[in-house]
Design a protein. Structure first.
Length: 198
């Protein structure tokens, strides 16, 4: 702790000349006079200026990003990231729509409870008949009212079918799943390439 010492007459005169040459940044509330004590003036941090805030509502200037709410990767991106388990040349031809599917099923308008057993029956019977490429049509789904804080996905069947095709009993039968070419339904349908029966 430092001791306060009294100013000498020379120091007091020097201080008064410095103080007279300086301009105050803010007008003082009270007229400041010579320091009451003979000690050195204490240095204080300058006061922050106050800003007048106008009335505002949170989010009033935000941009509308409601079309970007789906943070999960799209089905097409997810399927494209999967490794190719079949012949690459055949896979390229299949995704370009150059191979005609040997059988197809349309799950349009079905509920999840109706579509799941239909899909299992269709894929297993197609493999028994010796089919290699089948087409599963799900439709793109309808966009419903999305008023909640959590966005709803469009097309429940479209999102669920690839998952079902990886689970038993279809997981052992299905070799590759990819989004169909536009001429076979585009994003509303899937190519399902089946394993050979032994």
């Amino acid at each position: 702790m430092s001791r306060k010492r009294k100013l000498t007459p020379e120091e007091r005169e020097l201080w008064s000349r410095v103080a007279a040459s300086a301009e105050a940044m803010h007008k003082p509330k009270k007229a400041e006079t010579e320091p009451e004590s003979d000690s050195l003036p204490a240095l204080s941090a300058p006061k922050k200026p106050r800003f007048d805030l106008r009335d505002f509502r949170i989010g009033e200037n935000r941009t509308d990003l409601s079309f970007r709410h789906d943070l999960a990767p799209s089905i097409a991106e997810h399927l494209a990231r999967q490794p190719v388990a079949m012949d690459r040349k055949k896979h390229r031809e299949m995704t370009r729509g150059k191979i005609e599917p040997e059988a197809k099923i349309d799950l349009h308008g079905m509920t999840l409870a109706q579509a799941h057993p239909e899909l299992i029956h269709f894929v297993l019977s197609a493999q028994d008949r010796g089919c290699r490429l089948v087409l599963v049509i799900t439709g793109k789904g309808k966009r419903g009212l999305d008023e909640g804080p959590i966005p709803q996905r469009q097309g429940v069947l479209r999102h669920q079918v690839p998952h079902w095709l990886r689970l038993p009993p279809l997981g052992a039968v299905v070799m590759q799943v990819s989004e169909a070419h536009l001429k076979h339904g585009g994003s509303g349908a899937y190519y399902v390439y089946l394993r050979r029966t032994r």
